[in-house]
Ligand binder design. Structure first.
Ligand SMILES: *Cc1c(COP(=O)(O)O)cnc(C)c1O
Length: 365
């Protein structure tokens, strides 16, 4: 079924679309987060009018006054989700309602305007329907959507902004890991933490990323791919990567992932994997896992695999992890069987190659 192109968002087509040949050239090797489509969805909120001016317009710079609140106090939240081509020529979004619900929770934590879930989902659906030609063909490509909201009141006082801009960008993306899935190496940060109890760890806000960058840079400097954080209180329990959740796979076939106690971002990929693993009859425990146990279990062979997960890369095997005085290889250091199977099962559902038993796909065309 074809969705009417716009319903909640008025469509003002760009006067200067990128021509079809140029688009095809850009889609040949889009990488991640650099190729953008012609349009963006926008809506504004003010304390007197509520949400208004919802439209899909030409993608263009947003010009703001230098005293705009977000530039000073970082009231900003975002989401990330993908539109996929399915084998039968269709287009689907994966669980956009879950992103919409999380966006509301993030807004609440950051004292920002509440965006109704219908408006969030409509902004994604309508933008994808307009930009459908920007979804790369082939097995690995997708249209990555980046909904975000910023505080736009021009005022230097410290208080929740009285005005907000909501915006959705669409970016054509290829395989996240060029040359196929390859196990990554993690640096365990014992110096920096990402989130503390009572803080913003479970909100998807830009500030969480800002605080993670120095630790991520240290991981790269030391020759690793990503940083993994420990809890801020005991500095013992593994929490998550800068932008991905983590799972551990044991020799008895069971899985462990850290529990959502407020300091971990509740990933939609994480939730989907827990469901798929349980569907397979595997035991999944959401419980704290200490770094000393991770080291001992990897050494003894009790731990056989570990992987990270999130929308951008879906599932990423972890081959090694290291800290100031340890350097540990998990199993053979490559991609484990359970990791590979979960990645395949989840991407088969997302791309319409396997039955969508849980109703996760939102079909746009
Ligand atoms: C977005 C994000 C994730 C993954 O969430 P998904 O919904 O699976 O994409 C994990 N950790 C952090 C810190 C994130 O920002």
């Amino acid at each position: 079924m074809e969705l009417p192109v716009t319903s909640l968002f008025a469509f003002e087509p760009t006067a200067n679309p990128i021509d079809a040949n140029e688009r095809v050239a850009r889609l040949a090797d889009p990488g991640f987060g650099r190729v953008f489509t012609d349009h963006m969805a926008v809506a504004r909120w003010s304390s007197d009018k509520g949400w208004h001016d919802a439209k899909i317009v030409a993608r263009a710079p947003v010009s703001v006054d230098p005293a705009t609140a977000v530039l000073h106090y970082a009231q900003e939240i975002f989401e990330g989700l993908k539109a996929y081509r399915t084998g039968d020529g269709g287009i689907t979004l994966f669980r956009p309602d879950a992103n919409a619900a999380r966006f509301r929770r993030s807004a609440q934590r950051m004292a920002m305007a509440d965006l109704p879930e219908e408006l969030f989902v409509a902004s994604c659906r309508e933008l994808v329907a307009i930009e459908r030609d920007w979804i790369p063909e082939g097995d690995e490509g997708a249209l990555y959507l980046r909904p975000f909201m910023i505080a736009t009141e021009v005022f230097l006082g410290v208080k929740p902004s009285a005005e907000y801009l909501y915006c959705v960008l669409a970016s054509s993306v290829g395989a996240y890991w060029k040359g196929g899935v390859k196990a990554i190496s993690l640096w365990v940060s014992h110096d920096y933490t990402r989130a503390a109890p009572g803080g913003t760890g479970e909100a998807k806000c830009g500030g969480n990323y800002a605080t993670s960058l120095v630790a991520q840079a240290e991981a790269i400097r030391r020759g690793h791919d990503q940083v993994v954080f420990l809890d801020a209180v005991e500095r013992r329990y593994v929490e998550e990567l800068g932008g991905m959740n983590i799972f551990f796979v044991f020799s008895d076939g069971s899985l462990v992932t850290p529990p959502l106690t407020g300091t971990i971002l509740p990933g939609i990929t994480r939730a989907s994997i827990i469901q798929l693993a349980r569907d397979e009859g595997l035991t999944v425990r959401e419980e704290p896992y200490a770094i000393e146990d991770w080291r001992a279990d990897a050494a003894s062979g009790k731990l056989v695999e570990a992987f990270a997960c999130g929308t951008a890369a879906v599932v990423t095997p972890i081959g090694k992890f290291a800290g100031p005085d340890y350097d540990v290889t998990i199993g053979s250091g490559g991609t484990g069987q359970t990791t590979a199977r979960i990645l395949r099962r989840l991407s088969d559902i997302q791309r319409g190659r396997a039955p969508d038993a849980h109703g996760w796909l939102d079909r746009i065309a």
